[in-house]
Design a protein around this ligand. Structure first.
Ligand SMILES: C[S@@+](CC[C@H](N)C(=O)[O-])C[C@H]1O[C@@H](n2cnc3c(N)ncnc32)[C@H](O)[C@@H]1O
Length: 355
């Protein structure tokens, strides 16, 4: 039989996109099931049956998940006898996906599993309605994202764990983007677990740093405090309960806003920057860490995907360096310098001064 038109093959790019969420879910499931930890802690290589027995799971499904993880280059497998395969972690899995590793990004994986993935399930509604999806997804108020994010201790520690597990990797690039050695006092507004403060105090031993955040966050911060060996000058770091929408910010020569402005609508950003400008002394600085979109907003891809977080989760968005400059100029800041950073998981830096 002659065919009039042979259907074209489905482009690889499209198939990969359709399957992309399965890759993320394979990673999330393996992390939450503790597969990377079991392989890491075991003195010997383990079979899928060994793992299934330890996590009390179906051995055939476990074997399929583990083979998928081999294809995703998170596990390796070797054949012991003709029929028996033994698994181990790749270097990346050992370093970044095991709970005992100081470099673990597990906090961000759990945050993605429990919060971001379900919220993204309602992206269509977010786009149609132009509003966040807390109510549709979890039956929780979208009015105050922080009340919803911190609705109980488990949720609060999970959110802070996510921020901490990524901040640890990005703060060094941000702290060293500009020479901050002329500032002797600094306040990290919305500084969360203090990851940025503990990084700054290592590079600038003469700087006293105050982490300012909501009461429940300040009360939880001790969970994330580094040991004296991990951070030498930690006596220079202190915590204070505060609200960046109030005008009585802790006094400082330098304010830091890392991953804050992207959470808020334009009028809320105006209110934060007005308070910062008012509280800064003349010559004082503001260091901002956010991801920059390219001028034509064609990329970077991860920044665009992060900006999609915003309609489902918060009322903010990601911006170009020029847009940040414009906002800062409008508030009276001068000497505005922006820098694209490397090794900062996409975060870029801006430094400006009050004249
Ligand atoms: C996206 S997290 C960023 C945390 C930290 N800067 C980092 O990069 O890891 C936003 C932070 O802002 C804090 N926050 C929210 N509303 C606040 C307010 N009104 N005043 C002070 N901090 C606030 C949150 O508790 C959270 O720690």
């Amino acid at each position: 039989m002659a065919l009039n038109k042979i259907p074209p093959p489905i482009p690889d790019k499209l198939q990969n996109l359709i399957f992309a969420f399965r890759e993320s879910q394979a990673l999330f499931a393996a992390y939450e099931l503790g597969i990377f930890d079991l392989l890491h802690d075991s003195k010997t290589l383990l079979s899928a049956e060994d793992i299934a027995a330890k996590i009390n799971a179906d051995s055939d499904a476990t074997a399929r998940l583990m083979d998928t993880l081999v294809a995703l280059e998170l596990l390796e497998k070797t054949q012991e006898y003709a029929t028996s395969w033994l698994y181990s972690n790749t270097k990346i899995a050992s370093q970044f996906l095991t709970k005992s590793s100081p470099d673990s990004v597990g906090g961000y994986i759990t945050h993605s599993t429990k919060l971001v993935y379900p919220l993204f399930g309602n992206l269509q509604s977010a786009v149609r309605e132009g509003s966040t999806q807390w109510m549709n997804t979890f039956g929780m108020s979208s009015e105050d994202m922080w009340k919803s994010s911190y609705h109980n201790e488990e949720a609060r520690l999970r959110f802070l764990g996510a921020m901490h597990s990524t901040s640890r990797h990005t703060c060094h690039a941000v702290a060293t983007a500009f020479d901050l050695s002329n500032f002797h006092s600094c306040c990290d507004l919305g500084g969360g677990t203090g990851a940025m403060a503990y990084t700054l105090c290592q590079y600038y031993p003469n700087m006293k740093i105050t982490v300012c955040d909501l009461q429940s966050v300040v009360e939880s911060a001790h969970h994330f405090q580094p040991t004296p060996e991990e951070c030498l000058n930690q006596a220079n770091v202190s915590y204070v309960v505060g609200d960046f929408f109030q005008t009585d910010l802790p006094k400082a020569e330098l304010y830091v806003l890392q991953r804050i402005l992207h959470d808020w609508s334009a009028d809320k950003i105006d209110s934060i920057l007005t308070n910062v400008f008012t509280c800064l002394p003349s010559g004082g600085g503001l260091l901002i860490a956010e991801m920059f979109l390219s001028d034509d907003k064609r990329g970077p891809k991860r920044t665009l995907l992060q900006s999609l977080n915003m309609p489902v989760l918060t009322s903010g968005k990601e911006r170009t360096a020029a847009e940040y400059k414009e906002i800062l100029k409008k508030h009276g800041f001068e000497d505005i310098q922006t820098k694209k950073l490397q090794d900062s998981a996409g975060l870029d830096a801006t430094l400006c001064r009050k004249p």
